[in-house]
Design a protein around this ligand. Structure first.
Ligand code: BES
Ligand code: ZN
Length: 630
């Protein structure tokens, strides 16, 4: 009897242990086969991947250059629960002409109500055996993701250019899909363009022009819809290393190759930190100046703004950043845009580690101080605008454009949080943890809560002191910057403070500043700190001495033009106009337009400039500027 009891007790205990391990196991199982049902609810998608999930997309599209339309078919391969019969897809401005099943029979479909940001749900009634739908469609000439660049707006000014920007929820404007980051699928594409043009995607890519103008692509690793990307134009390629290279317009290629000569080194360093690069090739495509972002981490092919080709290699961190997304973002993806910091905060942290590794700590400390100051400003502005809730890492963007979550908070509060954790547990433990994290969730997604659970289980629960010091609740769910955040210090930038202190005390003239060895970051810091205190006269004086208004580096121009406007300096308006009409990178446009919009004169002038500039902006930038000048 006693033995029997002991025996049952042992069986009971082992089943409990088994159950617990299975539970944990299941939670961390990756989505490698890419066929698991997705269990998160995404507030920015109409789709229903919990019932029916798109596993693979075959695109067959022609680029109609004359009418600015992509036309063809998208064939979606589905995985569905037994009784699921209605597939819901995201679309925006798409014109759907037919939906058929595997055998070519028409399926019943209809479009729901349209929303200006979320688009229009496409509902398709499936038959019991349907596991593929073929959608015949074309895009709208004003499709939000696509920019049709005129020859005059390109670098070489000879040929047209097309590119897409799908993040956050613009993929639906060129591909009918489940436009939710947690839904991952593989894809193939056949794209027809002009015979002398190259076409490129976030997939296997050609390196040479094909006479037929028809290109085939394959992405056999699952990706989210926001990473779907397409570009076409007069583009040439040059290899930069073992598995990396550069695509650009012919007149831009050599400059770009020089600027990013360290690419292979970055890939190698990143791999040493957090595990082998998983995406086979890593190439970069330099786009025309209207590209609204610095860079976009399209898998295997980062899209980049030409404003980082500065001739002094001062913006190479952009490559470190987009490359780092190959782990944080593309491999382990934010479950919804409310968890955006899991993409950008992790990536900024990872970028910092790569930069430290290659260029040393003093260099990166300058970047950290600049970022810290920006973050403090951003948070102060958000607070003053009643947007304090958006200073939390975990966002609540329900009902809003996810673009509103795109701020320094995700990037830099996120990064500083990870720096804080690194400090608490020590670099060695932290790196081991991150390595395992990326492996565990590779080709899958995570929520903020899921990450925290994993963090506790793998790390913080092992040590009470760590757990307390981590102060996770405050960092993730609290507003602003917690008091235990470590403010970065840069000896290099302290030198700039000293120069400015002497200047404002009347002890030194700008002509006498020793600026030997100044990097773009020194200049940026100098301009920003100077701008906080300067009088109009002093702004004039600095422009005369340092010729800031006539520099070619866009970072410096943006900072200088912003403080010029804020301080009422108007002599450089022609240069500001030329800047605002020649580039479309939103990060550079919005601070200047915002400063202009603060006075009636400035706002009027800005409106006139915007009118001229708008045809050259991508919809993402145009929309933001419109909001500012409204
Ligand atoms: N993925 C982002 C760009 C993005 C974010 C586009 C959200 C649309 C919605 C990209 O990786 C990025 O962060 N770009 C930065 C680069 C910088 C931090 C080096 C940019 O564009 O400024
Ligand atoms: Zn990023």
């Amino acid at each position: 009897m006693f033995l029997k009891n002991i025996f049952s007790f042992l069986i009971f205990i082992s089943s409990v242990i088994l159950l617990i391990t299975c539970r944990n196991e299941k939670k961390y199982v990756t989505d490698e086969k890419n066929s698991k049902i997705v269990s998160v609810v995404d507030p920015h998608s109409y789709s229903n991947p919990n019932n029916i999930k798109v596993n693979h997309i075959d695109l067959d599209l022609e680029i109609l250059w004359k009418t600015h339309i992509l036309k063809g078919t998208a064939t979606l391969t589905l995985d569905k629960k037994e009784n699921a019969d209605t597939l819901i897809l995201d679309t925006r401005q798409l014109i759907i002409s037919a939906v058929k099943n595997n055998e070519g029979r028409n399926l019943k479909f209809w479009l729901g109500n349209s929303h200006p940001i979320f688009g229009t749900p496409l509902k398709i009634i499936l038959e019991k055996t349907t596991n593929k739908v073929v959608i015949s469609y074309q895009t709208h000439p004003e499709a939000a993701a696509l920019q049709w660049v005129t020859p005059a707006q390109t670098h070489d000014k000879q040929e047209e250019f097309l590119y897409s920007q799908s993040q956050a929820i613009l993929a639906r404007s060129w591909v009918p899909c489940q436009d939710a980051p947690a839904v991952k699928f593989t894809y193939k594409a056949k794209i027809k363009t002009k015979p002398s043009y190259l076409a490129l995607m976030s997939a296997t890519n050609p390196q040479e022009v094909n006479e037929s103008g028809i290109y085939e692509f394959n992405m056999d690793q699952p990706i989210s819809s926001y990473l779907l990307a397409l570009s076409s134009g007069k583009i040439v390629f040059k290899s930069l290393g073992q598995n990396c290279g550069m695509y650009a317009e012919p007149g831009m290629l050599e400059k770009a190759v020089w600027e990013f000569a360290d690419m292979q080194k970055m890939i190698d360093e990143a791999g040493k930190l957090y595990g082998t690069y998983m995406w086979k090739r890593y190439d970069v495509l330099v786009l025309p100046p209207s590209f609204p972002f610095g860079g976009m981490e399209n898998p295997r092919l980062t899209f980049a703004t030409p404003t980082v080709i500065t001739g002094d290699r001062s913006q190479v961190s952009l490559i470190a950043h987009e490359l780092a997304h190959s782990w944080s973002g593309n491999l382990v993806t934010n479950a919804t845009w409310n968890d955006f910091w899991l993409n950008e905060g992790f990536t900024n942290y990872f970028e910092q580690r790569i930069m430290e590794q290659i260029y040393g700590k003093p260099y990166d400390e300058m970047r950290q101080v600049l970022a810290w100051n920006d973050l403090e400003n951003t948070m102060a502005v958000m607070k003053s605008e009643g947007l304090s809730a958006d200073t939390k890492l975990k966002l609540d963007l329900k009902g809003r454009d996810p673009d509103e979550g795109l701020s320094d908070v995700a990037y830099d509060k996120g990064r500083f949080f990870l720096c804080h954790l690194e400090k608490i547990v020590g670099k060695k433990n932290w790196d081991e943890f991150l390595n395992k994290y990326f492996k565990t969730y590779a080709f899958s997604y995570n929520t903020t809560e899921g990450f925290l659970e994993y963090l506790n289980q793998e790390l913080l629960d092992k040590n009470k002191t760590w757990k307390k010091a981590a102060n996770v609740q405050q960092w993730v769910f609290g507003e602003g910057l917690p008091k235990d955040a470590m403010k970065p210090v840069s000896i290099e930038l302290n030198k700039v403070d000293a120069l400015l202190a002497n200047y404002f005390n009347g002890k030194a003239k700008p002509e006498s500043f020793d600026t030997n060895g100044f990097t773009t970051h020194h200049w940026q810091y100098l301009i920003r700190q100077f701008g906080k205190k300067a009088t109009l006269q002093q702004v004039q004086n600095f422009d005369k001495t340092f010729k800031f208004s006539n520099r070619s580096n866009a970072e410096i121009l943006c900072d200088w033009f912003t403080i010029s406007v804020k301080n009422g300096y108007t002599q450089n308006r022609p240069q500001i106009e030329s800047f605002l009409t020649s580039i479309g990178r939103r990060k550079f446009l919005t601070p200047i337009y915002e400063a202009l919009a603060k006075t009636p004169e400035g706002k009027n002038w800005a409106k006139k400039v915007f009118e001229k500039a708008k045809p050259g902006y991508h919809s993402v930038s145009a929309h933001s500027v419109e909001e500012i000048l409204k």
